[in-house]
Design a binder for this molecule. Structure first.
Ligand code: ADP
Ligand code: MG
Length: 433
């Protein structure tokens, strides 16, 4: 037995190490851990799940406070002295400034910390895009302490009101009239003052932004920046209309059926937007609207697509199949991913929206829905007795449906058919008298 010890040590020193910065232990984290295992990486975590204890989970996770990126980056750099790392990856966008600062100090390839900071603030992002000459809706930022009645006469309708730093359309509301504007303002204000948001301690939570409403079809681009060049991984259509007053994401389908010339205009728009924002490295998720006036950048996030949606993407490199998470980790390790491309099949995901507030009881029709041609997987993520909160306040879905087929039209049809078969039971919660 003894003779094996030196060998084990050798393997340990040869094994590459990854530090994952994450705020939750949800499915995205698990997907990254799986990908890391497949690549033979040793994984450590940095998290802000609790900032009261130094090692709250007794699993050696590094306790960080992502609302303070310079302090957190310092902790990561200190940690790296005893735990050298080959790659550092942030999941979601809350930890991207910490990751960028730490990578810079550790000599790992990264985006600029200022750029990722700007991407997390819808006001700073708009300012950067505007100065870079991109088409942006007119926008104004207001403190939530202001009285909306005092300036509503200056607002152009329809408009969209939104928090600066939430995601998944949380708190995003369209207003068509002064009355709707004042109501939306107050509603976003309450959301920003709620405990769940305040605990994040983001400075941006004191503001909201008002933008002119851009009509048009919406698309999402999943990509990777490599030394400033955009590699497109997938261009998704969002075939369900997104006209408000709330903007549930629901369907994502790829490849896009747009003429290739129009797709090129979207890609060029996103490339220019990433330059304008100052992004140059790593995953990118952009959303755009397209209408008669051209391509409008809604936003560019310096991260990959959220939640379970990444499962709708599969890639190939030669004969090898790769997940999005593997691709991101490979790039973070300095590998060349320029030859990777998405599989041939059309693919899509439906994020099942929460239709109304209440307690989740269960779902019927799941087996039947699963048998819909093209449907590969249905994952109901709501848990029995979970309180369901719909948009604009809510931050979750009932679950996800995944489909693959020869064409995007078939994928779209499969997702809609399967969704119609699901009958969710949600009970009304009576107010306590
Ligand atoms: N100015 C706008 N005009 C039209 N629709 C918008 C506008 N801003 C946001 N939306 C809609 O709201 C959704 C969410 O807005 P976004 O700014 O991307 O916030 P989030 O970070 O929550 O995704 C968009 O995907 C889009 O459908
Ligand atoms: Mg968005």
């Amino acid at each position: 037995m003894h003779s094996e010890i030196p060998q084990q040590r050798l393997q340990e020193t040869e094994q590459k190490r990854l530090l994952l910065l994450c705020t939750t232990t949800g499915y995205q984290t698990r997907a990254f851990v799986e990908a890391a295992e497949k690549l033979g990486l040793k994984v450590a975590f940095g998290s802000d799940r609790c900032h009261k204890l130094d090692d709250p989970w007794q699993d050696g996770a590094l306790a960080l406070r992502f609302e303070n990126p310079s302090e957190s980056a310092r902790s990561v750099v200190d940690y790296a002295r005893s735990h050298p790392m080959d790659a550092l990856v942030a999941l979601g966008d809350r930890a991207t400034p910490t990751a960028a600062l730490a990578c810079r100090q550790l000599g790992l390839a990264t985006n600029s910390p200022e750029a990722v900071e700007a991407c997390r603030d819808k006001y700073q992002a708009r300012r950067r895009l505007e100065s870079a000459g991109l088409k942006v809706p007119s926008f104004r930022r207001f403190s939530i302490d202001e009285n909306p009645g005092a300036f509503v006469s200056e607002i152009e309708f329809p408009c969209v009101l939104k928090p600066l730093a939430l995601s998944g359309s949380r708190g995003v509301i369209r207003a068509n009239s002064p009355q709707e504007f004042v109501e939306a303002f107050e509603r976003i204000k309450s959301l920003l003052l709620s405990r769940g948001v305040q605990v994040l301690r983001e400075e941006t939570s004191r503001f909201l932004q008002v933008e002119t409403y851009i009509a048009g079809r919406e698309y999402a681009l999943e990509g990777m920046l490599m030394e400033g060049r955009l590699k497109v991984l997938a261009l998704f259509e969002k075939p369900d209309p997104l006209e408000g007053p709330y903007f549930e994401e629901t369907l994502y389908v790829t490849p896009s059926r747009l003429p290739s010339e129009t797709q090129q205009r979207i890609i060029q728009g996103v490339q220019r937007a990433s330059e304008g924002l100052g992004l140059s490295h790593g995953p990118l998720h952009a959303e755009v609207r397209l209408n008669g006036e051209g391509v409008w950048i809604l936003e560019v996030a310096a991260r990959s697509i959220g939640g379970l949606c990444a499962r709708s993407l599969r890639f190939e490199q030669g004969l090898r199949g790769l997940s999005l998470e593997e691709l991101i980790l490979r790039q973070a390790l300095g590998e060349d991913i320029s030859e990777v491309h998405r599989e041939r099949a059309a693919s899509g995901v439906m994020m099942i929206p929460i239709p109304r507030e209440g307690l989740y009881e269960g779902v019927e029709g799941e087996e039947e829905a699963r048998r819909t041609p093209g449907v590969e997987e249905i994952r109901i993520t709501a848990k029995p007795q979970q309180m369901l909160v719909p948009l604009p306040e809510g931050a979750s879905y009932l679950g996800f449906i995944f489909a693959r087929a020869d064409t995007p039209a078939e994928v779209e049809e499969s997702l809609h058919r399967a969704h119609k078969m699901l009958r969710f039971r949600i009970s009304t919660v009576l107010p306590v008298v």
